[in-house]
Design a protein around this ligand. Structure first.
Ligand code: FMN
Length: 388
């Protein structure tokens, strides 16, 4: 993957250095183009060292070749991160008055802007109109997140974490269809139940499947809310994520948010049992006998709310387990269910079968959780289109 990374004059410029590192780690070749304003925030030497490539600033040099054309020929994608309101305006007007803007004009492959700016700039109607115009012309955007800004205020305009920018680049290059307009509620991670004051009973789910669903849905421009139990992965900052511990808390949050969504994807590994009585002390006895009772089935409860929604369940069973997945699908009235083998737990790689009512199952082998997440979202999109 060859990437021209444009860095512009934003205070978030220093974070682009982390992005270069990540892209290199993922095996990408990176050539950095800096605007004159960007030189106030990052040094060409840092960019050159981290990218292990020449850094480009000047348009008019007594070098052989025409830089903006050779860069445009070389790259598979152009990423402008951080993108100032100024470079977005120039791209929207077709202005080419420096190397970066002229390379953007010469580039006929995918272009991704990752804007970062103060909330007042971000909410400026002209900035938003420029973005709408560029989106309409097929340019890609990863929206800024909410959080603390350089001004000391809290608001929208913050540069997203580099891990999600990387996912967005992959998403653009893999040409996944947009989910714009869809409201998706995702659960992920594992629940736990108290045994005594300090000990819990839980399961081995890492939360990676839920995370990849969140990443993929954000990158494909859905509106996303997520409810996570405990996880072993880093959840990106700046997104609408609620964290819970117990199955009951997850159910309460689901009831609060279910109305909002068009589509619920239940990737959380919810404990089936909880102790009949959790001790408020700490156990010290030689032998411990705890009896458990069944937790409520969250999807059964939601089904009783009788809302017309796309609801996706997960089923993790040993062996083929397809029969049980199909039983669950019908009993819970799901749109479809994703059946995973036990080895999928805690692992980066996975395989799955998507079981749909009255249709042939789709077998997906030797895939990543990112790819599977996108496959599940494709299926949700086609269900959503049917609903109209
Ligand atoms: C300290 C400082 C921080 C800035 N941060 C941003 C920013 O985050 N986003 C933005 O759009 N403009 C920001 N600006 C304004 C741009 O640097 C300015 O519009 C400049 O002309 C952009 O040039 P460029 O798009 O060619 O890089 C900042 C300016 C200063 C002085």
């Amino acid at each position: 993957m060859n990437i021209v990374l444009g860095i512009t004059g934003s205070i978030a410029g220093y974070k682009a250095l982390e992005l270069i590192r990540l892209l290199r780690k993922q095996g990408a070749q990176v050539r950095v183009v800096l605007t004159k304003s960007a030189l106030n925030f990052v040094t060409p030497l840092s960019c050159q060292t981290l990218s292990d490539n020449e850094v480009y600033i000047e348009q008019f040099l007594l070098d052989k070749g025409i830089k903006h054309l050779s860069l445009a020929d070389w790259a598979d994608i152009m990423v402008v991160a951080p993108a100032t309101a100024n470079i977005i305006a120039k791209a929207a007007q077709g202005i080419g008055d420096d190397l970066l803007s002229t390379t953007l004009l010469s580039f006929d492959k995918p272009i991704l802007f990752v804007p970062a700016m103060d909330t007042r700039m971000w909410e400026n109607r002209i900035v938003q109109l420029n973005i709408e115009k560029l989106k309409g012309l097929g340019y890609h955007f990863l929206a800024p997140i909410s959080g603390p800004l350089a001004s000391g205020k809290i608001g929208k305009g913050r540069f997203p974490e580099v891990s999600i920018i990387y996912k967005k680049i992959v998403s653009v290059l893999e040409s996944y269809p947009t989910l714009r307009g869809m409201k998706i509620l995702i659960t992920g991670g594992r629940t736990e139940e108290d045994l005594d004051l300090v000990r819990v009973i839980t399961n081995r789910s890492s939360g990676r499947m839920g995370l990849e669903l969140l990443n993929a849905a954000v990158c494909r421009e859905a509106r996303v809310r997520a409810i996570f139990g405990r996880v072993d992965v880093h959840l990106p900052e700046g997104y609408d994520i609620i964290q819970v511990r117990k199955a009951e808390q997850l159910l309460n949050q689901l009831k609060k948010n279910f109305d909002w969504c068009d589509c619920l994807i239940m990737a959380a590994a919810v404990g089936d049992y909880r102790p009949e009585k959790a001790s408020s002390a700490k156990f010290h006895s030689q032998r411990l006998d705890i009896s458990f009772k069944k937790n409520v089935d969250l999807l059964e409860v939601l089904k009783r709310l009788n809302k017309k929604k796309i609801v996706v369940g997960f089923s993790l069973e040993p062996g083929s387990g397809l029969k049980r997945a199909r039983e669950k699908l019908l009993k819970k009235g799901l749109s479809f269910i994703v059946h995973n083998p036990i080895k999928a737990i805690e692992s980066e790689k996975t395989e799955a079968t998507i079981v749909r009512p009255q249709k042939r199952p789709i077998h997906i082998r030797n895939t990543t959780k990112w790819r599977l997440a996108n496959r599940i979202l494709d299926e949700c999109l086609s269900e959503w289109r049917k609903i109209g």
